[in-house]
Ligand binder design. Structure first.
Ligand code: PEP
Length: 258
């Protein structure tokens, strides 16, 4: 864990217009700049809706904020007749560092497959964006004990065609579907089990160095009160935070997890 820089990423989902986005990022930057606390250990990123990104860029650039930002989805295509899509080149031009691919809500409501997720990750990497590639099992799979197999199959498919270097430059996120937005966080041991298996999977497919380098986040009902125990796990390198990322004090407290 110690050589991998922790990443705390706030997934705003379908919330906040561009004015509200600016207010939140300003407040977040103000809170994180409080010199009484050492916030420097974690990299902090926000993932707003597409329509907010330009405003966040202007604020971050203008005030030289160290907060990074990105998008919640990206097109697998470069350009052309794909109505409604946003390309990786467009996101890179807006200064995005990250883009979420394969979030369970996209897999569920937009029928995204592992193969599509791999295409999106490839498009992101081609333009210098770091994909945050999400995997995670539903409740039935968990109850049947199939969670490790489910997640390793998903990660293998979602990394298909990526080079070792590309995988090393990606972020993985283990987000059990039953823990997302439910208030029912995975135990630190459950999070560790799957994150360790995902790392072992990457080590076997792309080499030990890549497995040791790739950052693996946990996501699902992370709060200030449960983040420390999750972060104490050796294979948990950060958190993907949904609901709690909309509350400045809560998210800032998560960013100061130690
Ligand atoms: C998410 O959707 O990525 C997430 C982790 O949501 P929440 O923190 O609200 O469970």
């Amino acid at each position: 864990t110690h050589t991998r820089t922790p990443l705390m990423a706030g997934n705003w989902k379908l919330n906040l217009n561009h004015q509200e986005a600016v207010v939140l990022v300003q407040k977040l930057a103000w809170t994180l700049s409080d010199k009484r606390h050492d916030y420097a250990k974690a990299e902090v990123a926000v993932l707003p809706p597409f329509t907010d990104i330009r405003s966040v860029q202007t604020l971050v650039d203008g005030d030289r904020l160290s907060i990074k930002y990105g998008a919640q989805d990206v097109s697998p295509h470069e350009s052309g007749a794909y109505t409604g899509e946003v390309s990786a080149a467009m996101l890179a031009k807006l200064g995005c560092s990250y883009v979420v691919v394969g979030h369970s809500e996209r897999r569920q409501y937009h029928a995204e497959t592992d193969a599509l997720v791999a295409e999106k990750a490839t498009a992101a990497l081609k333009h210098g964006l770091t994909p945050i590639i999400c995997v995670g099992e539903g409740l039935e799979v968990r109850q049947a004990g199939g969670h490790v197999d489910h997640c390793t199959v998903q990660v293998t498919g979602s990394l298909a065609g990526l080079t070792a270097e590309q995988v090393a430059g990606s972020v993985l996120a283990y987000e059990p579907v039953w823990a997302i937005g439910t208030g029912e966080v995975a135990t630190p041991e459950d999070a560790q089990e799957v994150c360790a298996e995902l790392r072992a999977c990457v080590r076997s497919t792309h080499g030990d160095d890549v497995g040791d380098t790739v950052r693996i986040l946990y996501g699902g009902s992370v709060k200030a009160t449960n983040v420390a125990a999750l972060m104490a796990q050796p294979d948990v390198d950060g958190a993907l935070v949904g609901g709690a990322s909309l509350q400045v004090d809560e998210f800032a407290a998560i960013c100061r997890f130690y």
